[in-house]
Every structure is written in C-alpha cells, then in structure tokens.
Ligand binder design. Structure first.
Ligand SMILES: C[S@@+](CC[C@H](N)C(=O)[O-])C[C@H]1O[C@@H](n2cnc3c(N)ncnc32)[C@H](O)[C@@H]1O
Length: 185
C-alpha cells in the first residue's frame, strides 16, 4: 500500500524539473529532501529546514555530494528570512511532513503556530503553478489539533490558491492525510 508520503511524491513530481527550486520544510531523515534533489538535479536548488540536529545528522549522509542542497538547522517559521531573495516567487515545490522524527523521541513535533506561519510564508514564495504538499498525522498527541488547524487554514486561502485533501490513508486510524495547495494565478 502506498503511504501518504509516497502520494506526496506523486503529486509534487509534476512541478519538479531540472533547474527548479524547492523547499523541504521538515527534513527529518532526509527522504523528501533527497527526492527533491534528484528531481531538480544539479542545476536546481533544494532548501531544507529542521530544528533537530539529530534529524540533519541523519539526513546528511543521504545528501552527500549534492551541492545544490542547502540545509538550515532552524525552524521553517523563518523560511522567508532564511531563503535567498531570488527564491521569492521562484519555488515550484514546498513539502511539509508534519509530526515527529521517525525513530527518535516523540517529544519534538511540529506545532500549529510554526506550521501555519511557515505555510503562509511558503504561499508568498511560490511560483504560479507551484505546489505545497502537507502530510498530516492526526494520531500523535497534538497531531489531530494540528491537522485540523491546517485543514481550516486551507479552507480559507488567499485568492489565487486552491487546496485539495487528496489522500486519507485507511484503514489506519486516525488516518494520515495528504493536503495539496496549488498557486493557480
Ligand atoms: C515527520 S518528520 C519529517 C520526515 C522527513 N520529511 C523525511 O523524509 O524523513 C518531521 C520533522 O519536522 C521537524 N520539525 C519540527 N518542528 C519544526 C520546525 N519548526 N521547523 C522545521 N522542522 C521542524 C522535526 O524535527 C522532524 O524531524
């Protein structure tokens, strides 16, 4: 069975091409970062963010030799500040995989305030035709509230953006979800 993260790759892939610029807002173990880096190739750019040094240490070996990947040890709520100016309006893909670092303590998770702040900044940086994927996990403590907050945010997007709840993985309970936001003009 495909996981929500696999569906995220399938739905973000159409906006990735050699030379594209992308963000992994939650690097974790680096699977999404590596996927983005492979899709955009050495002429593209991938900017990755994570607040946990442990996550970046886990991701780095997968990304060895990929000089078009830039990792920041810091929160995605500083996305706009930490991206180069040229990235504004140029990103075709931003991926969020919320929750906690698989294999680590569940004490550090994404949070509503920083996720919504980062999401708003990602909207500002997106190119026309660009997409944002968010994998939501309602199953861990605080996860249901965070998923509800993201869904509510997506129900009230600024003009020019559209959102779709694309996937709800059953029979897992509570089911992980994939939400996709697209900038259409
Ligand atoms: C589910 S994991 C990401 C998995 C990752 N995409 C992968 O492919 O392995 C969520 C990650 O979000 C990170 N995180 C939590 N709050 C964050 C924040 N404010 N900014 C950036 N990353 C954050 C956690 O440290 C954790 O590594």
């Amino acid at each position: 069975m495909l996981r929500a993260t696999d569906h995220a790759h399938l739905l973000i892939q159409p906006v990735l091409y050699p030379g594209a610029w992308a963000v992994d807002a939650t690097v974790g173990n680096g699977h999404d970062t590596l996927f983005l880096a492979q899709q955009v190739g050495p002429t593209g750019r991938v900017f990755g963010f994570d607040i946990q040094a442990e996550a970046l240490a886990s991701a780095r070996p997968k990304l060895a030799g990929l000089s078009h990947v830039m990792l920041t040890h810091g929160g995605h709520e500083h996305l706009a500040r930490d991206l180069p100016d040229e990235a504004k309006g140029k990103l075709t893909a931003v991926m969020f995989n919320l929750g906690y670092l698989p294999g680590a303590t569940k004490g550090v998770t994404t949070s509503i305030a920083s996720t919504l702040s980062a999401l708003a900044q990602a909207l500002d940086c997106l190119a026309v035709g660009g997409r944002i994927t968010l994998v939501l996990y309602p199953g861990h403590p605080g996860g249901a509230e965070e998923a509800a907050a993201v869904r509510a945010y997506a129900d009230d997007l600024p003009a020019g953006f559209a959102a779709a709840l694309c996937v709800r993985i059953k029979p897992l309970r509570p089911a992980p979800e994939l939400l996709v936001i697209e900038k259409h003009r």
